[in-house]
Design a protein around this ligand. Structure first.
Ligand SMILES: Cc1cc2nc3c(=O)[nH]c(=O)nc-3n(C[C@H](O)[C@H](O)[C@H](O)COP(=O)(O)OP(=O)(O)OC[C@H]3O[C@@H](n4cnc5c(N)ncnc54)[C@H](O)[C@@H]3O)c2cc1C
Length: 414
């Protein structure tokens, strides 16, 4: 596949530079349009999701150009990501419940022929619903979809085709270059009426026609008055995760995950690893095979991070969680062997958030502790400040945006 998303920081920064002049009113007016090429939105999500470019940097660049009121829509969209990350951190059982629901839906595929055919047709872009078929193919071919297309897709998948939403979320997670356990799981739950209980997002034919320039012709047969998907109520909000500080004097190995490929904030703070390994969770995004372009993007983004930080990362350690089919047991074993070989007293990893990274890192942490190696997972200041506010709906969280912006270095308080 000829990627439209070269996995390097240089590319992410160039995109950001090109997009900044459009992040004000242009974005507010045009963001909901599904335009070929997607020049109306930033297309930064694969870079932000892996923190090849960080939220602070994007917000600084945009608010360096526009007043907060002019860039309000874009800033809010950026904070949807942060809100979802924080919301899931304080309710990790929603991720586990999604995986359990997915396993049940996959069992049904094995025994219900009709469901299996419907699922296969939807994934192949062969349902006969022209826009849905287009988006399914676009997703598989490019690893990206516009936000509005994701909403329409999730709605049609669930309410018109009657397919379990977890199978759709899994289809997305296997193909999206920005596939993120929080934004994806909660984005789907939001559409199907689980995140805001009882409130569903209904894909309307007229809305699709209006925002796609009518290029799919008349869209017929969409569900018009669907009931919310069934599922357990949102669990109560737990405590936010705690940032674990590292010990400056310990012989340290750094572990990178695919959630934070810019460890400069740790290195600038005095972290001096003798070696750096990688513990990604790409094969663990799904029980099924993850698309080759997702593996390739993450692998090359890791190589780019190594090249950027060079000797500051110490000696190169094993790169795990990047290859198709690699098991969590093999990953843990490789990292324990690495810690032994380098006589590490401490392993530091930027906090692995709920999802495949945390799932994989949980095993690794236990195994390292059993070897007497100290483990520290510091949380980025941006997340530490914002996540605890994701207690209720986005509306309440939104009220915190001015003070969160005020805390970003170099930004005037909004
Ligand atoms: C069903 C569904 C699944 C989704 N799955 C993912 C996912 O796996 N990973 C992912 O990063 N986003 C996901 N999103 C959110 C959103 O669609 C993408 O972030 C956005 O389309 C990325 O394109 P962009 O970078 O051009 O966005 P822009 O419109 O330019 O927005 C800038 C940035 O803000 C953030 N953002 C924008 N909209 C949202 C949103 N609604 N929710 C969360 N963050 C947002 C992203 O980091 C994005 O890069 C999903 C949305 C839905 C409805």
């Amino acid at each position: 596949m000829q990627t439209e998303f070269p996995p390097s920081r240089a590319e992410g920064l160039e995109r950001l530079r090109d997009f900044v002049p459009h992040a004000g009113r242009d974005y507010a007016v045009r963001r909901n349009h599904d335009e070929p090429g997607h020049a109306n939105v930033s297309r930064l999500s694969p870079y932000i999701r892996h923190r090849i470019v960080t939220e602070d940097e994007v917000l600084q660049a945009v608010l360096g150009r526009f007043a907060p009121a002019t860039a309000e829509k874009f800033v809010q969209e950026m904070f949807w990501r942060t809100y979802f990350k924080g919301w899931l951190e304080m309710r990790p059982s929603v991720w586990t419940a999604y995986r359990a629901g997915l396993a049940r839906a996959q069992d049904r595929l094995a025994t219900e022929g009709g469901l299996r055919k419907g699922w296969e047709r939807a994934c192949a872009g062969a349902t006969g619903i022209a826009p849905l078929d287009h988006w399914a193919r676009e997703l598989v071919e490019t690893g990206y979809l516009n936000n509005h297309a994701r909403m329409w897709f999730a709605s049609i998948w669930t309410f018109t085709l009657g397919l379990p939403w977890e199978l759709g979320a899994d289809f997305f997670l296997r193909h999206l270059l920005d596939g993120d356990p929080a934004s994806n799981t909660l984005g789907w739950r939001w559409v199907v009426g689980l995140h805001t209980p009882g409130k569903v997002y209904v894909a309307r034919a007229s809305n699709i026609t209006k925002h796609t320039g009518g290029r799919f012709g008349e869209v017929l047969g969409l569900a018009t008055d669907p009931a919310p998907a069934e599922g357990p109520a949102n669990p109560p909000c737990g405590a936010p995760p705690v940032s674990e500080p590292w010990e400056a004097s310990a012989r340290t190995g750094l572990v990178l995950t695919e959630d934070d490929l810019s460890p400069g904030w740790l290195l600038d703070d005095g972290l001096a690893p003798v070696t750096t390994a990688v513990a990604a969770g790409v094969p663990h995004r799904s029980p099924l095979a993850v698309a080759p372009h997702v593996h390739a993007f993450t692998r090359e983004a890791v190589a780019d991070a190594r090249a950027r930080y060079g000797a500051r990362l110490g000696q190169p350690g094993p790169e795990t969680g990047l290859a198709p089919g690699e098991t969590r047991a093999a990953q843990t074993e490789a990292l324990v062997a690495w810690a032994r070989a380098h006589r590490l007293e401490q392993v530091v990893a930027p906090y692995p958030p709920v999802g495949p990274s945390a799932d994989a890192f949980g095993d690794i942490r236990d195994a390292l502790l059993a070897e007497g190696v100290r483990v520290a997972t510091p949380i980025r200041p941006f997340d530490q400040r914002a996540w605890p506010h994701a207690t209720h709906g986005f509306f309440r969280f939104k009220g915190r945006i001015p003070s969160l912006l005020g805390a970003i270095r170099g930004l005037r308080a909004a």
